[in-house]
Each structure stands twice: as C-alpha cells, then as structure tokens.
Design a protein around this ligand. Structure first.
Ligand code: NOJ
Ligand code: CA
Length: 673
C-alpha cells in the first residue's frame, strides 16, 4: 500500500521535483531576509523568509505572451550574485543621503516557449524588503510581443489586515481606504499595505514603472495576490518590441508601520538622475494659489463675472506670497477651454491662449519684481492627445514667462482617457505610463517641473526624473471642500503607510476656515487646526501649498507662523510612532539646518502619547514652538481651539502629545545651542 502510493506520487512528479529541484537562494546584507527560487512542475517559484520564518510561501514567477501558451519552466541556471553598499544624494527629499545596501541574485529561467526560452529574474534584497524584475533579454531586436498575463504571485501565510480600495473605480486613486481581512481583497491598487497576526507589516508595490502598465493585485480569497496589469483597449496588457525589462515588483517588510515609511527601497530601485543640473532651475518651496476659492465655488475656472484667474486677483495672491515668504503662486482657470463641460470637452483646452482678463506678461513681470514665481496649470480633462499635440508649445510658452513648475490634471473617469483611435484607455495603462514620461521628459527640456494630478501612480521615478516633483494620486484636501463626504480624520493616519510609500503627494494642506460655512461635519474639513499644521510634516512633498484663502490666514497669523516656518526639504526623516489608521508621529530635520519639525495626527479618537525627544542632537538646547489642540478641541464641535506655546527642551526630555479627536500637533524645535 505504502509502496503503491509512493509510486503514484513519483509518477505525478512530486517527490522527484520537490526533493531534487535545485534552489538558488540569497540573503539580504544583514541576513534578515532570504529569497529562494526554483522550478517545480513547470512553474518558476520563489519563497521569502524573514529571520527564518516564511513570509511568502512558494509564489509563481513569469509572463505569458500572445500566441503562446503559459510557459512550462523547466530549469533555473546561471546564478549570478552581487552585493553593493553605497549611498547617493537626492537633489531634495525626505532624506538627503540615501543608503543603498543590497545583495542581488539573478537566475535564468528556461521555459518551453519561444519568448520564455531564457528569462532572467533579478532579486535585489535589502534588510527591509526586496524587489525583483524580469529581463526578457532573449527577445530578438525588432520582434513585437504582447504580454497577455503576468504570473507573479505573492502568497501570504496566516491572517492579515489590509488597507485598500477596489481598483478601477471611476475616480482612479481618489478613494478612502477600508481596512479588512486581506483575504477579502478583490483587486487592489498598490502600494497595498497589510498587517499580519505575526506582527509584520508588508507593503506590495512596484518601482521604476516605465513603458509597462500599472500593476494591481488580485486576491484569491486565500491570501494569494496575483499581479493584474491594466490592459489596453484590445485586451493586451503590455506591448513591447525586442528585449525588455519589467518594472521591479517590490515588497517592504517591517515590524512597525514606520519601517515601511522610512524604507528607501522604492528610490533605490530607480535609476540615477537624468537631470543633473536641476538644482540650478528648481527649488523646493511653498506656494499659494487661485485654487481653493474655485473648489468652494466662490470663483470659477471659466470666464465670466466670477472668474478667479484675473490679473487683479492673481496680483493679490502675489502680494500675499511675497509678504509671507512663499515662492510660488498657482493659477488655475487662466487658459481658454474651461467654459461649459470641460471634462467632456477637454480637447477644447488651449495651453497657450490665456483668457483676456489674465495678462500673463504683466503677471509674471509683477511676480518677478516681488521675488515670486507663477506656477502654471495644464488641466487636460483627460484629452491626452490634445495635450500631446500642444505639449512642446505649452512648455515653451511657460518657459518664455519664466515659469519653472506646472501642475497638470487628468480629470476624467478612470477608463475614459481617449487615445488617437478614440478608444478608452485606463488612466494608468501602458498608454498613460508612456504619456506620463513624455510629459516629464518634454518639461525637463524646458526646465519645468511637473506636479501631476489624477496621475499615474508614483513608483519612485523622481530619482531618475527629479522634475516629477510631486503628484496627487489619492483623495486630497479638495474633497474637504466638496463634501461628498469629506475625508474622515483617520485618512491622514493611513496615507503615510499606503499612497505615500510611493512618493511625495501634493495633498494641499493648511485649511484654516475648517467649517467653510457648513454645519454638517461630514461636509467640512474633518480635523482640528493643529492637524492642518501637522500635515506639513506628516505628508512629505518638496512643494507644499498653503491652500486656504489669504484672508483666512491673515485672521490667524499666530498659527500661520508654523506654515511660514516649515521647510519642504529635509536632511533626514523618522517615523517615531504610529499605528495605521490610528495615529502617526513623524519628525524631520531641515536640510542644511539644525531645526527639527514634528507632526502628529490622530484619528477620530483623542489620544495621549509620550514622545521621547531622542532624535534631537544630544547636549543641545532647543526652543520647542508647540502648536497643539487647545482646551476642548474636537474636530466635530471645536476644531479651531489651538494653544501655541514655547518650551526649552533637550534630547533627554519626553514630551506629552495630547491629541484631541481629529487632532494633531505641530512642533518646530529651534536650536539655541
Ligand atoms: C482636480 C485637481 O486635483 C484639482 O487640484 C484641480 O483644481 C482640478 N482638478 C481642476 O483642474
Ligand atoms: Ca484630484
């Protein structure tokens, strides 16, 4: 009986392959993470352990091509190993010097189809996670291929909670996150972050997404996630010609949420900068703009009596910016095409023809005389071909007026971006991934930085094209004007561990008139005033807007002082304490300075935290300028109560952080020696 079942198992190929399959393994530099790869029964598989415990059980690898069956992988071979421990400097960032300490293993998978005959898979291992990518180096030059499936899996084990929203919704990535059992994931956007009963935090994403569709993750109800690529209208996933390399598939693994937020794997897996002189023409900074008034419907983008982008109104913002030390003024609704239904008629937008009441020559000359720069705006309404046709002219136009940053926009339902054939493309399929890069490359030629709204998701490309300074790609502050409903307090405690793992976000913090005339809290900004200040530290971006109307800041200059003081470029950043969806405390040290800034935000629950100040330089004294929730502050009934006080502290002190419901705290630690 035993013999017979053994024979059966052998016949099925189990014992033979399981026992004999040669495995290639590699460990991260500190031996924290180990990856092994092998083939078994036609599948190429990898497995990941952390400190000896399995984190990802055997999970599939590979791509499938049009005209071929899914390949049977028959062998792995030619293992190549490497290790590297270097550091590099960002032109600006959440951290100036980035350490890149990794090991690397490349193996060649042999498959039984033409295009999968020899596929290199490279794993790059860090102590806080890993990435891997495919190199289809054997596809002959000039050969067109179409990817029809990506087999990549992430086979998690045990119970996980996930923060996610259903992918492909019409508002793209502008959704609130829900927290569920990770087995309930149907189709999720990345970064996809999970917390395990084993105490581990994982985040799945990709790096260096170039000329390849965006990857979502599809759940199977049992904890296995499979790569799902946003297709072209004809169902093809990716179109390539000749040899190609895919983006990196990445997994961050840490014991705290902060370990994910402080990981630099995303940047390390992108190529070095292609714009070495960018610091000569772009400087991080803060801006105000003709913006919130349109979202509050106090002014219009389109022409008429309530037009926001008039020369006089813009000059008012320039005066305000100059007076309070802001470097930029964004102006939306300046160009022809906004009248009528601009989302349906995006092809009517001109990017070089201002409305007659917007005198760009006078405005930019006035701004220059005040030491302020105009920030341009190109809303496309998702009419991407219309934009591409004008792209050079649009950038040339702004360059002529000394503009060095342009905010772009793609307001259109997720699958309705029309291509040259009038077919609906996904907002982050290969078509739009190409467009995204075309815009950045074109803009760079004109020394212009791009802040894309409704963007393709961020995969760390700012390392290579640092003029991709920031982007939106989540539910931003604008939703707090619309009341549809507005973002609940916990949103700000989830973003740092989900969307923001991809890169900087133009969230547009700093609303002071939190109620803006609304009684219902779900129609207002659901936070306290102190939280609005804390957002400047919690949400990293090299450009930060002070989004509210100038008159609202002038009513509370004491609180406004923090926005004036907070930098947007950092020497280093540390996530001090956090729980996803509950609270977050982040500290950052100013680049080229000694001051530290701290931002703390809680969800709808009041919370008392203790924060040791060990991040401060030992033996030094600092003046802590504290902006905290005032007595009885509460985002529902008393959001404006704020206490501003000063204290002398050192690294040996511990500071209580008392956060109101929906509350927060912002602190500047000014070095006094
Ligand atoms: C949506 C963007 O997120 C917002 O910032 C902008 O004002 C509107 N589109 C109009 O372009
Ligand atoms: Ca938006």
């Amino acid at each position: 009986m035993i013999l017979r079942s053994l024979a059966l198992i052998a016949a099925l190929g189990w014992t033979a392959s399981a026992a004999a399959a040669p495995r290639e393994c590699a460990q991260s530099p500190g031996k924290v993470i180990e990856v092994c790869v092998w083939v078994d029964n036609g599948q190429a598989l990898y497995e990941v352990t952390r400190k000896g415990a399995v984190v990802l059980a055997p999970s599939e690898l590979g791509l499938t091509f049009k005209g071929e069956p899914a390949a049977r992988y028959t062998a792995i071979g030619n293992p190549r190993r490497a290790a590297s421990n270097t550091s590099w400097e960002q032109p600006w960032g959440e951290e100036r010097v980035i350490r890149d300490n990794h090991t690397q293993l490349t193996v060649t998978l042999s498959g039984d189809t033409q295009f999968n005959k020899a596929v290199d898979v490279t794993f790059r291992l860090f102590d806080d996670g890993f990435g891997f990518r495919y190199d289809y180096a054997g596809i002959p030059a000039g050969q067109d291929v179409a990817v029809t499936a990506e087999r990549t899996q992430f086979h998690t084990l045990g119970a996980y909670q996930a923060w996610w929203y259903q992918g492909l919704g019409q508002e793209r990535d502008e959704y609130l996150y829900t927290q569920t059992d990770a087995r309930r994931i149907t189709l999720a956007e990345t970064p996809l972050t999970m917390k395990g009963a084993n105490g581990l935090y994982l985040s799945f994403h990709e790096a260096a997404m170039i000329d390849f569709p965006s990857m979502l993750l599809q759940g199977n109800g049992e904890g296995t996630l499979t790569a799902w690529l946003m297709p072209w209208p004809d169902g093809t996933l990716a179109k390539k010609t000749g040899a190609f390399t895919t983006p990196w598939r990445t997994v961050l693994i840490g014991e705290t949420p902060g370990a994910l937020a402080d990981s630099r794997i995303e940047l390390n897996l992108n190529e070095p900068s292609k714009i070495p002189d960018i610091q000569k023409w772009f400087t991080p900074g803060k801006y105000v703009g003709v913006w919130w008034e349109m979202h509050l419907d106090k002014a219009t983008w389109g022409s008429g009596m309530r037009h926001g982008a008039t020369t006089a109104n813009v000059e008012r913002y320039i005066d305000f910016a100059a007076k309070y030390g802001f470097s930029g003024v964004l102006v939306e609704g300046w160009n022809q095409g906004w009248d009528g239904d601009w989302i349906t008629n995006g092809d009517k937008f001109s990017f070089t023809k201002p409305y007659p009441d917007f005198d760009i020559a006078a405005i930019t000359a006035y701004a220059k005389s005040k030491g302020v720069q105009l920030i341009g705006h190109n809303e496309t309404g998702g009419a991407v071909i219309n934009y591409e046709n004008q792209l050079d002219d649009a950038m040339k136009f702004y360059q002529r007026y000394g503009v060095h940053s342009v905010k772009t926009g793609y307001v259109r339902h997720a699958g309705d971006i029309l291509d040259r054939d009038g077919k609906g493309e996904w907002f982050a399929g290969q078509f739009m991934v190409r467009h995204n890069l075309l815009v950045a490359e074109t803009a760079a030629r004109y020394r212009i930085a791009i802040d894309a709204h409704e963007p393709v998701k961020d995969t760390g490309l700012r390392r290579t094209w640092p003029n991709m300074v920031a982007r939106e790609g989540a539910r931003g502050q604008e939703y707090n004007a619309w009341g549809v409903p507005t973002n609940p307090p916990e949103h700000m405690t989830i973003l740092p561990f989900t969307r923001l793992l991809g890169g900087p976000m133009d969230f547009t913090p700093g609303i002071f008139d939190l109620a803006h005339g609304k009684d219902d809290v779900t129609r207002r900004v659901q936070s306290t005033l102190a939280t609005q200040l804390a957002e400047y530290v919690v949400v990293y971006s090299p450009i930060q807007m002070a989004a509210d109307l100038p008159e609202n800041y002038e009513k509370n200059l004491a609180a406004f002082q923090f926005i004036r003081d907070v930098p947007t470029d950092w020497e280093t950043s540390e996530t001090l304490q956090s729980e996803i969806g509950d609270y977050v405390v982040i500290a950052r040290r100013q680049r080229g300075g000694q001051d530290w800034f701290l931002g703390a935000i809680t969800d709808e629950n009041a919370r008392s935290l203790e924060q040791p100040l060990t991040f401060l330089a030992p033996g030094k004294r600092y003046e802590a300028q504290i902006y905290r929730d005032g007595p009885n502050a509460d985002y529902r009934v008393n959001p404006l109560a704020i206490t501003i006080e000063k204290k002398i502290v050192t690294a040996a002190d511990t500071l209580p952080l008392d956060l109101a419901p929906g509350g927060g705290m912002a602190i500047r630690f000014r070095l006094i020696e």
